[in-house]
Design a protein around this ligand. Structure first.
Ligand SMILES: Cc1cc2nc3c(=O)[nH]c(=O)nc-3n(C[C@H](O)[C@H](O)[C@H](O)COP(=O)(O)OP(=O)(O)OC[C@H]3O[C@@H](n4cnc5c(N)ncnc54)[C@H](O)[C@@H]3O)c2cc1C
Length: 459
């Protein structure tokens, strides 16, 4: 019997797809590094459906790939080996809300932006925020421990998870933490599932915390001569403002955003780098603090020019310059990288990487952007027009070797927030020791003894 038919014996007909278009569509994430080759797509509607799928996988030894909004950037939701993709599109309900706990219970397929909007309806705030929020799902956010633009103030997704219902690779259902603020009763298994990239089990339900909304926000854009100056401005801004975001992008990034979005250049002169500084307007006088930051930066020679948003439209436009970078360069088949070092080491690290890229790879156009306030940089290398995709990616993997060796030297991470997936597993050793990886393997074995949960990802 075909896998499609077997799955239709477990689930209903409308919960299984196996046509070639669907296999391609659901078999890959935002990266396009690997050819998708799943055997079928299953759409559970309940926790019981998930348990049934796990039991089927354990019996047949056909692996399962959890799939959220497929906006992942590490090929973690990619199925290349006849796996069954388990999509959470049909588990997208908000289940209940408790105003005392400020916790909403949701199914894993709820879109990130929907949770943000729900929080606003309740007079609250959900701070996990990034450009793909309109497509990514909360289950995917949790499985990747997603970061985003507000991390320097609010932390990673991990900080906003109060409880999880999971189905392990053994088919067991665990209710973890149950939104207790304090729970000193042994190992925190919930945290293990956060960032586990679907390798231990499925997130079947999540309790998501919310908080008081920020004060009204103000945003400024500065033109900055070099990356070292950016870090100086950040050090100053942290002292002077109630910061909520500190993002950067290069002139190359801005060039493509302006082309793509057809918005006007924000400042008359181009500049090697730009920083976006967002903070709270706690009192009326706070605007003066923003202006003072700009003036101090100019006096130190760290800022060449700048604008402060005067209207809501300008506020959005400044943010769109940062948030649209990834989308604007997508047509160049970019090779994306997401890395981090601790803040104090960012200036020296950047100088070394910049020199490496300029000297060894002068033909590649490099787009720098990222959450520099977290020590997190995104580097996208754009494919030259006349290069074949395979040749380009192969060359980029060589760049990676050099880049990651530098990261190892600076004790940073080969993946800041996008995860390891398939894309980075060959390079994991640059960040994690053999002993650490061995402990990860042992943990996986306990939750997933038959290796049916997203096998081959991370390690
Ligand atoms: C334009 C753009 C901007 C981005 N910006 C950021 C950013 O600023 N910060 C950031 O951190 N990321 C960013 N990302 C990456 C991506 O959006 C995040 O990693 C996001 O959390 C992935 O969610 P998803 O639902 O799309 O997951 P998917 O890509 O579908 O899956 C990601 C991982 O989660 C697993 N998974 C999904 N659902 C479940 C589940 N229910 N149970 C168990 N495992 C599951 C998958 O198997 C896979 O391992 C960006 C992506 C794009 C395209």
């Amino acid at each position: 019997m075909s896998i499609e038919k077997e799955l239709k014996n477990i689930l209903k007909d409308d919960q299984v797809l196996a046509d070639s278009e669907s296999l391609k569509h659901y078999g890959q994430d935002w990266t396009r590094y690997y050819e998708p080759k799943p055997s079928a797509i299953a759409f559970p509607k309940t926790t019981e459906d998930i348990v049934a799928l796990v039991n089927f996988a354990r019996t047949t030894k056909i692996a399962l790939v959890p799939s959220g909004g497929r906006t992942g950037l590490s090929s973690a939701a990619v199925a290349t080996n006849n796996e069954i993709v388990v999509s959470f599109e049909k588990m997208n309900q908000i289940l209940d809300f408790d105003s005392m706990d400020q916790v909403v219970r949701v199914q894993p397929g709820v879109i990130t932006q929907t949770i943000q909007e729900f929080a606003v309806e309740k007079g609250l705030y959900f701070p996990v925020d990034f450009a793909s929020k309109g497509s990514s799902q909360i289950g995917g956010n949790i499985a990747t421990n997603a970061g985003g633009v507000k991390v320097l103030r609010y932390g990673l997704t991990r900080n906003w998870v109060g409880g999880l219902k999971v189905v392990t690779g053994k088919g067991e259902v665990l209710n973890l933490n149950k939104s207790l603020v304090k729970n000193a009763s042994g190992y925190d298994l919930m945290q293990l599932f956060i960032g586990s990239e679907g390798t231990l089990g499925f997130i079947a339900e999540a309790e998501i915390k919310m908080c008081r909304p920020p004060y009204p926000l103000q945003v400024m854009l500065f033109a900055v001569p070099n990356l070292k100056c950016i870090m100086k401005i950040y050090e100053m801004a942290k002292k002077q403002l109630s910061l909520t975001a500190f993002e950067m992008f290069s002139e190359v990034a801005l060039k493509y955003v302006l082309e793509h979005s057809r918005i006007a250049r924000p400042l008359p002169e181009g500049s090697p780098y730009y920083v976006l500084v967002e903070g709270e307007l706690i009192a009326e006088s706070t605007t003066e603090d923003f202006v003072k930051l700009f003036e101090d930066g100019v006096n130190h020679g760290w800022i060449d020019d700048g604008i402060i948003a005067q209207t809501e439209t300008q506020f959005k436009e400044i943010w769109s310059m940062r948030e649209n970078v990834a989308e604007s360069v997508a047509k160049f088949t970019p090779y994306k990288n997401d890395i981090s070092v601790r803040l104090s080491r960012v200036p020296d690290f950047i100088t070394e990487v910049d020199n490496l890229l300029k000297n060894d790879y002068p033909n590649f156009e490099i787009v720098w952007f990222g959450h520099i306030g977290d020590g997190n940089l995104h580097i996208s290398i754009l494919k030259p027009d006349d290069w074949k995709k395979e040749k380009f990616f192969e060359a980029c993997r060589k760049v990676d070797e050099h880049l990651y060796a530098t990261i190892q030297k600076f004790e940073g991470s080969i993946s800041a927030e996008h995860g390891v997936g398939l894309a980075k597993k060959a390079f994991l050793h640059f960040t994690r020791s053999n002993q650490e990886v061995e402990y990860m393997r042992l943990i996986k074995k306990q939750f997933d003894p038959d290796n049916i949960m997203n096998p081959g990802k991370i390690f």
